[in-house]
Design a protein around this ligand. Structure first.
Ligand SMILES: [Zn+2]
Length: 465
């Protein structure tokens, strides 16, 4: 007995340990888990289900796992497009966050997840905001799988500029630790386990040594991982060296904070020693090429992501946010992530499609500590799936579906399933009232831009009639 059957699929790309691609494939789902994967012809006749999807011409993939998504930044699309990192963070991003209400944050998360679902992403890791409760609430409603975390800053005059004057950016060490712990206590393993909560060291310029050690102590106490941004830009590395004598990850080693239960986002400016530390401590790296491209950070020029992968370090792929990078589409990102490294290395042999698909699926699952549950299509795993309809001009002719997925198609999933539940069917999102969400996004986004004064400085210099 199953509750959902997908059959006649053109290709089921399992990303299982043998990396099998099954043509004319079928997947059966019982409750929230995968009960069968194989040829349609081998699907037992006694498998009956209420819902049967005829996936002729479709590519069935494990849902993408995006290891860097800022839900609350979604209403800020366009507010930081022409900025360098210090300006983007201190003036635009924190300015925007200072002006948003908790209801804004809820609608930001809903719209963020609308874009994620539409692109075939089924799980996200949110590397902190001041509104983890609102992100958790939205995730409960949309049906996605996600990890929330709360921002912890206790330095107000940072090496790259001053934090905003709003109280949330002015917490003491004790307040920051207490509120981060509350987030884990309230939200970890909620909504049938779909929502988890981690600790975060958002950006180290805003974190004292005591805060870094305190977050590590809490992570150990609760058995919960830590997510953070690290070695992101030259500006931050220079500032870190001037203030502490170390770059980001080297500083954390001195403090005794490093461990395998950490996801380091960016790492495009990782020093050779920091790459060695990734091997030594087993922390995971999230490659976010679109941010570096937009902000001109140079991480796609100088970053050593192919070398990290070759050394056995787990490298996943991530989109960041509408405000920082600016699209949440793993298909576009696989194309960009491979192309960036090929271009700077003058080599067509770096990051083949298989590497990019692993980064977007199973490596993401390993990074969030859920590879026994998600990241591949295997019997017993959670049913998190994305179906892409290849009967489109940008997919055909179809010789190699993996190559077309990474190099040719423009993305956009047809059907998305999380925990055995259909969130989007044939392009129609079932768990979000899309016209309502888009209307809230437009109105609230414009209102925040006006309140923060950022609406005037983000207009094109071309005359508007
Ligand atoms: Zn980020």
């Amino acid at each position: 007995m199953a509750n959902l059957i997908i059959k006649n699929a053109g290709w089921v790309v399992t990303v299982d340990p043998s990396r099998r691609i099954i043509t004319d494939g079928a997947v059966a789902v019982a409750d929230d888990r995968i009960a069968f994967v194989g040829k349609s012809a081998d699907l037992a006749r006694d498998f009956v289900a209420d819902t049967v999807i005829d996936a002729a011409g479709m590519l069935v993939l494990p849902g993408f796992v995006d290891t860097h998504v800022h839900n609350t930044q979604h209403l800020g699309r366009g507010l930081a497009d022409e900025c360098d990192i210090p300006k983007q963070l201190l003036e635009r991003l924190y300015g925007y966050e200072s002006e948003m209400t908790s209801e804004d944050a809820y609608w930001a998360a809903k719209n963020c997840q609308l874009e994620l679902i539409r692109s075939g992403t089924t799980c996200f890791l949110d590397p902190s905001s001041y509104y983890p409760s609102e992100t958790a609430r939205a995730t409960g409603e949309t049906g996605m799988r996600g990890i929330v975390s709360r921002t912890a800053f206790d330095i107000h005059n940072t090496t790259i500029g001053k934090m905003p004057s709003k109280t949330m950016f002015r917490e003491t060490l004790a307040e920051a630790l207490e509120r981060a712990e509350d987030t884990v206590l309230h939200h970890n393993n909620t909504y049938d386990g779909r929502v988890r909560a981690w600790f975060a060291l958002r950006i180290l310029a805003g974190c004292s040594d005591d805060l870094c050690r305190g977050i590590r102590r809490l992570a150990n106490k609760h058995g919960v991982p830590i997510v953070m941004h690290a070695s992101e830009s030259r500006d931050e590395i220079v500032a870190s060296r001037l203030s502490s004598g170390f770059s980001d990850v080297e500083r954390l080693e001195e403090l005794g904070v490093l461990g395998p239960d950490m996801v380091m986002i960016h790492m495009g400016w990782a020093t050779p020693r920091e790459i060695h530390l990734a091997q030594k401590y087993g922390f995971k790296i999230s490659y976010t090429p679109s941010t570096g491209f937009r902000l001109g950070m140079g991480d796609t020029t100088y970053g050593h992501f192919p070398e990290m992968s070759a050394l056995g370090i787990t490298v996943s792929l991530s989109c960041n946010s509408a405000m920082s990078s600016n699209y949440l589409d793993m298909v576009r990102l696989m194309n960009l992530g491979a192309g960036a490294m090929r271009s700077t290395r003058l080599s067509a042999f770096i990051f083949p499609p298989e590497d990019m698909i692993e980064m977007a699926t199973i490596n993401g699952a390993i990074s969030v500590g859920m590879d026994t549950e998600i990241g591949s299509i295997e019997v017993g795993k959670k049913a998190d799936l994305a179906l892409f309809d290849t009967r489109r001009a940008d997919w055909r002719p179809m010789l190699n579906p993996l190559s077309n997925l990474v190099h040719s198609c423009r993305g956009g999933a047809h059907t998305v399933i999380v925990n055995g539940r259909i969130l989007m069917a044939a392009g129609e999102v079932r768990t979000i009232d899309e016209p309502e969400a888009l209307s809230e996004c437009q109105e609230r986004g414009i209102a925040i831009a006006r309140r923060s004064g950022l609406d005037r400085i983000t207009q094109s210099p071309w005359p508007r009639l």
